[in-house]
Unconditional design. Sequence first.
Length: 150
Amino acid sequence: MDKKKEKNTGKRFLKGCLTVILFFIIIGIVGAIVMWQGYKGAELRDAEKKFVQMEKEFKEKYPQYESKFTKDLIIKIYLLRECDGGKDRINLLWDIDQNVTASACSTLLTKNINLENLQANIENDLDLLDKIENIDFGDAMDEYKEHLNK
C-alpha cells in the first residue's frame, strides 16, 4: 500500500484567489464604465431640455432673429452661460459631476472664450449672435452635438 502523498505547493489555492480577484477587478471596471456613461447620458439629456427651453425663450424674446437660432448657436450660448465664472465655475461643475460641461468649459477657458470678452465693443444683439456663431469652439461642443444628432 504505497500511496504517494503529493506535496501541497498551494498553486491551486493561488490560482483560485487570483481568479476571484481578477473577476472582481473586471466587474469593477465594467461597473465604472457603465456608471460613467449613465452620468454622461443624464447630463446630456438635462442639457438638451435646457437647449429646447433656451431656444424657445430666444425666439420669443427676439422674433426678428428667429431664423438665426440654430442648434449650434444655442449650444454655444448655453456653454457661454454655463462657463461664466472661469476656473471657479469649472471646479464647481467638476464637484457636482457635470463632467461633460466642465470639460467643455475647460476647453473654452484655454481658448480664452467667454461671454464678457465677446460682448466687448458689440453694439447690438445681432452682431453678438454673428460673432458667437463664427467663433470656433473646437471640441467643446462635440459631446453635445453628438448627443443631439442621435
